[in-house]
Design a protein around this ligand. Structure first.
Ligand code: F6P
Length: 380
């Protein structure tokens, strides 16, 4: 156990929220106070750091929040080195460092996904401040950790949704296509798809051939199966799109944001443009209905997957991650991410994490598990 520490730490939550953030804030704060440290909360992610929006954190504030969804600190997708200010993208690293110094911090704890890991490392390298991160995202795509917090909760929600879709799909003899988040990684769709017994699982890492999917559904029909559940990850690409992407030098995002899938709304006099993307599942359902002649329906789970209370697994993981973070800081460690490796919470150098994504290896055990249970993964 480390000695007592007089360190003063800041804590912020950045990127998309997820169940478990409050549990992790609680874990960091309670353990930090146990070691004698003081804790300051930074509001709304890196934007709050740049704009000096802070709040004191004491023991009563972090009591009773273990089970609460969201983040009481607020979050944003802003990055200090590329921040939108009055419509322009500006490097606000100096302002972020000013707040850190004004608060007399010894370390800034950043809870977030891949963008946050990069921003934290940039603050350390370019701003000279001490940072420590925890891996948070429902996408489970942060490098150097076996799992991110938030993933298990989102997987439980998506699995329950697939369970519920089964009963209505059976009753109406339909194909139901269910879209699951995950950005460009298939972990959430694959995990929930296997746990929910989806008949087809499409993930970004395995480009799909819709004709192969239709053949699988036809075989099910001939075998007397009266329904099919198709779980699709939001980042999927067809074999044709994957070939075009390879030709375009690997630019996946330009394909995913094809104009036909987007509607843009802007209000006169305002620079704000909101993009609303049609669920990719709608396109898949339309095409499967026409290829198979079976009625199809669509469910896009969207932000439901990021809401509500964390699972017991995530509560435990967040508490372990949070307390480990405080223990490391009390020992004078920083500029690392706390990762889960096997059953141990360990520090990993941020340089090994930032800028790397952990997607599903095509030969991963879960892929094999799905194949061995007659699940179509989008190819014959
Ligand atoms: O990274 C988490 C995530 O939920 C992704 O799965 C999804 O692509 C994205 O965030 C959605 O972001 P936003 O809430 O900003 O629309």
């Amino acid at each position: 156990m480390p000695q007592k520490s007089t360190a003063r730490i800041g804590i912020l939550t950045a990127g998309g929220d997820c169940p478990g953030l409050n549990a992790a804030i609680r874990g960091v704060s309670k353990a930090a106070m146990h070691y004698g440290m003081s804790v300051v909360g930074i509001r709304d992610g890196f934007r709050g750091l740049v704009e000096n929006r802070t709040m004191p954190i004491d023991n009563p504030l972090v009591s009773g929040i273990l089970t609460q969804g969201g983040t009481f600190l607020g979050s944003s997708r802003d990055r200090p080195h590329k921040m939108k200010v009055n419509g322009k993208t500006v490097d606000m690293t100096a302002a972020a460092v000013r707040t850190y110094k004004r608060l007399k911090l010894d370390c800034l704890v950043c809870l977030g996904g891949n963008g946050t890991q990069k921003s934290a490392l940039a603050l350390h390298q370019n701003g000279g401040i001490n940072v420590l991160t925890l891996p948070k995202t429902i996408d489970n795509d942060v490098a150097e950790t076996d799992i991110t917090f938030g993933f298990d909760s989102a997987m439980a929600i998506a699995t329950e949704a697939i369970d519920r879709l089964h009963t209505t799909a059976t009753s109406h003899q339909r194909i139901i296509v269910c879209e699951i988040m995950g950005h460009d990684a298939g972990w959430l769709c694959l995990g929930a798809g296997i746990a929910g017994g989806a008949d087809v699982i499409l993930i970004p890492e395995i480009p799909y051939d819709l004709a192969a999917v239709a053949r699988h559904l036809a075989r099910r029909h001939r075998a007397g199966k009266r329904f099919s559940i198709v779980a699709v990850a939001e980042g999927i690409v067809s074999v044709e799109e994957a070939a075009a992407r390879a030709g375009a030098g690997g630019k996946l995002s330009s394909l995913r944001k094809a104009p036909s899938h987007l509607e843009a709304f802007s209000s006169p006099g305002s620079e704000a443009v909101r993009l609303v993307q049609e669920p990719v599942a709608s396109r898949i359902a339309r095409q499967l209905q026409s290829l198979t002649g079976t009625e199809a329906r669509v469910t896009s789970l969207g932000h439901v997957q990021r809401g509500g209370s964390p699972t017991p697994f995530d509560r435990l993981l967040c508490t372990r991650f949070g307390t480990k973070a405080a223990e490391l800081i009390a020992k004078g460690r920083s500029n690392v991410m706390v990762a889960l490796k096997g059953n141990e919470c360990v520090p990993v150098a941020l340089e090994k994490v930032a800028g790397r994504k952990r997607t599903v290896p095509p030969d991963h055990a879960w892929v094999q598990t799905a194949r061995l249970t007659e699940t179509c993964l989008g190819v014959d």
